[in-house]
Design a protein around this ligand. Structure first.
Ligand SMILES: Nc1ncnc2c1ncn2[C@@H]1O[C@H](COP(=O)(O)OP(=O)(O)OP(=O)(O)O)[C@@H](O)[C@H]1O
Length: 576
């Protein structure tokens, strides 16, 4: 238990002071509860000793008032501190995880870990948020209450106090055995929760495929398995805990009944006054109420601790080596020096060496799966090379901090992701301090101002998650406006052709031309026109650059390029 406490304490970080305050205030709360006991004692005394008059009632009333007001104030202050501590503890951890995610290699997301991280950020941290501060207050408050009431009972009548003590020790013994056994399965219960979140997430994201293939019932096998796993592990937990809970309740009932019987017997044989006997009976209820509070806290402590373990596991995500400095190179020439790259154990790029001169356009072409995307993604350190290096302005990309590297690069993907936020904020994403005028200017250059202004709320229109409420071409142009506003000296572009109608395509082309003026451009090109106009064409095949040069050089050579252009070879996604 000490270990679990320490875990929570370490995890609380800067929120420790609020937890401290909350515990201190709940100690005060226990003190105010004592006033209640005092009030009951005065009343019992007055009733049993035949004291007439209103004095005992007034004293009891005064004590009750102090107790009620004190308890009310301390409970609300303690709850506020708990809510604050819980909320910020979880929020800070979510931010830490978010920051770490920015510098994990993209391979991390390959292994299906995204659902797991989502599960931790939602379910697990949600539990920690609501549970952790309450756990500490319950345990400490319950322990203090138990010790104080037992001590009072022992002073009051040691025989009845001993029965309470025996009941308490038995209760603790059962609790500790329950803890040991539940420790073994609590991590499994946590794991089943995160797996369920991951499965639900994947199911919802893939809903269009599920629907189009009429797969409901079969296509959701993963979800069914996750539900079954969650059901099984929760049931297992309940099956384990229920007998213990019954046994604990039984012990308290038997000890309580024993205390009552002892109180009556002591009164009958004249070794205890009637007031003393009645008071012992009242105290038996109070002391066991505090023990229950403690027991509940300890049960939750185990769950909270394993939730923290699960959360901390995500902090072990592989981080990209961050030895970099904040650099801003004078020129933006990109060089690949003998680059080898592997996905897991499969080598995809086999010793690529090439230079992309400053302020020129390089078109990368090649068959599907040849390694084009992998190659350009190495520039932005989506991955790190396995040997060799990529340089910008003569410096290895690993010499840059991720932030200063990303300041040099704008990326426009085919699959645009827009956030469920206003159009203005989506455009401002790469430059949050941009003014509205700058946003509108970027939108104008990206040829998307007309459709934005036609929307009822213009730039303040909130778009659906992933840009769901916009057409493919509109999303593309917003992402170009975003890159335009960022105005980075290197632009990496996956030229969009799919699902864009001719009118949109024309606008899209104009937007791209505006974006790429005077920049170093690397473009995975799909349009012959773009390829023809490029300063340099790289033909990638099976992870190697097999041809390099301008259109007029390559068209005359036998090889993939001429085959593509002259239609002798299938050119997926090309618009010739
Ligand atoms: N994240 C990944 N994990 C493992 N293998 C991958 C990953 N991404 C791509 N690959 C593999 O690496 C090879 C090169 O993929 P890449 O996406 O770079 O090709 P591409 O030329 O861009 O293809 P396309 O034109 O179809 O987009 C392919 O065989 C692909 O299966």
């Amino acid at each position: 238990m000490i270990g679990a406490f320490k875990k929570i304490w370490d995890f609380a970080g800067s929120e420790r002071k609020n937890i401290n305050k909350s515990v201190a205030v709940s100690f005060l709360n226990a003190v105010f509860h004592m006033f209640e006991v005092g009030a009951i004692y005065f009343i019992i005394l007055a009733l049993t000793e035949g004291e007439r008059g209103t004095q005992p009632a007034w004293t009891a009333l005064a004590l009750m008032l102090v107790s009620v007001i004190g308890c009310g104030v301390t409970t609300s202050v303690s709850k506020m501190q708990q809510t604050h501590a819980g909320y910020f503890m979880a929020a800070n951890e979510r931010i830490t995880i978010g920051n770490r995610l920015k510098s994990v290699p993209m391979g991390f997301f390959n292994e299906n870990s995204l659902g797991e991280v989502t599960g931790v950020c939602t379910t697990v941290l949600g539990n920690i948020e609501s549970m952790v501060p309450m756990v500490l207050v319950n345990i400490l408050g319950g322990l203090i209450g138990t010790v104080v009431f037992t001590a009072m009972l022992l002073v009051f009548d040691w025989r009845i106090g001993l029965i309470a003590l025996a009941g308490m020790l038995l209760y603790f013994a059962v609790l500790s055995s329950m803890q040991r056994r539940s420790a073994a399965i609590a991590p499994d219960a946590q794991k089943s929760q995160t797996e369920l979140t991951a499965a639900v997430l994947e199911y919802v994201q893939g809903m269009s495929v599920v629907k189009s293939f009429h797969l409901s019932g079969r296509g959701d096998k993963k979800l069914q398995d996750a539900l079954e796993y969650s059901r099984r592990s929760n049931l297992e937990m309940e099956e384990l805990l229920t007998p213990y809970s019954i046994l604990q309740e039984l012990i308290l009932q038997v000890a309580g009944t024993g205390m009552m019987l002892a109180a009556v017997l002591c009164w009958i044989n004249g070794t205890q006054t009637l007031a003393g006997a009645l008071m012992s009976i009242v105290m038996s209820f109070l002391v066991f109420g505090q023990i229950k509070l403690f027991g509940m806290g300890v049960t939750m402590l185990r769950l909270a601790a394993s939730g923290i373990d699960r959360t901390l596991e995500t902090e072990h995500m592989e981080q990209m080596d961050e030895r970099g400095e904040a650099l801003s190179p004078k020129n933006h020439e990109i060089t690949f020096e003998n680059v080898h790259f592997l996905y897991e154990n499969r080598e995809i790029l086999h010793g690529i060496s090439v230079t992309l001169p400053d302020k020129t356009t390089t078109a990368v072409i090649g068959p599907s799966g040849s390694g084009k995307t992998t190659l350009v993604n190495l520039i932005a350190r989506f991955w790190d090379t396995d040997s060799g290096c990529v340089k910008i302005g003569g410096r290895d990309v690993r010499d840059y901090t991720l932030e200063s590297l990303m300041n040099q690069i704008s990326m426009v993907f085919q699959n645009v992701y827009l956030f469920a936020d206003t159009i203005e904020n989506n455009i401002k994403f790469g430059k949050p301090d941009a003014t509205h005028e700058q946003v509108a200017e970027a939108a104008r250059k990206a040829c998307c101002d007309d459709f934005i202004e036609a929307l009822p709320d213009g730039y303040q229109t909130v778009i659906g998650e992933g840009g769901a409420t916009l057409s493919g071409g509109e999303k593309q142009r917003i992402s170009i406006a975003r890159a335009m506003l960022k105005d980075a000296p290197i632009v990496i572009l996956d030229e969009a052709t799919a699902n864009v109608d001719p009118e949109n395509e024309d606008r899209l082309q104009k937007a791209i031309e505006a974006l790429t003026r005077d920049k170093t451009i690397v473009m995975i090109a799909h349009r012959l026109k773009t390829v023809k106009n490029a300063d340099q064409i790289l033909v990638v095949d099976d992870g190697r650059i097999v041809q390099q040069g301008k259109h007029q050089d390559l068209i005359g050579q036998p090889g993939i390029y001429a085959d593509f252009v002259l239609g002798r070879r299938e050119a997926a996604g090309w618009k010739l």
